[in-house]
Design a protein. Structure first.
Length: 95
């Protein structure tokens, strides 16, 4: 079995898969919501990447955006992804 996280031999840094980044975004978001600024700081991705991920997560029904409060919130579908992906990470020995 291969790890979802690969190593860059040139820099010694880890490259995260798309699923790992989604897990990172959803795992700290919570029902109270978060701003895009917190998404890119906590997920360690650029503002542009944050917009792309959040737009896709909204399209997939894992996140909602509250226009008035300007907050992104996780949905039940997003919570379900977190539960399943957490089990997968445990099975792969990554957690």
């Amino acid at each position: 079995m291969t790890s979802l996280v690969t190593h860059n031999s040139n820099m010694g840094r880890k490259h995260r898969s798309r699923q790992e980044i989604i897990y990172s975004i959803l795992s700290f978001m919570g029902q109270r919501g978060t701003t895009i600024t917190k998404v890119f700081y906590n997920s360690m991705i650029s503002y542009e990447q944050s917009r792309e991920y959040l737009d896709n997560l909204i399209r997939l029904g894992m996140v909602t955006f509250d226009e008035r409060a300007r907050l992104y919130r996780i949905t039940a579908k997003g919570e379900h992804f977190l539960q399943i992906y957490s089990v997968i990470r445990q099975q792969l020995g990554e957690e």
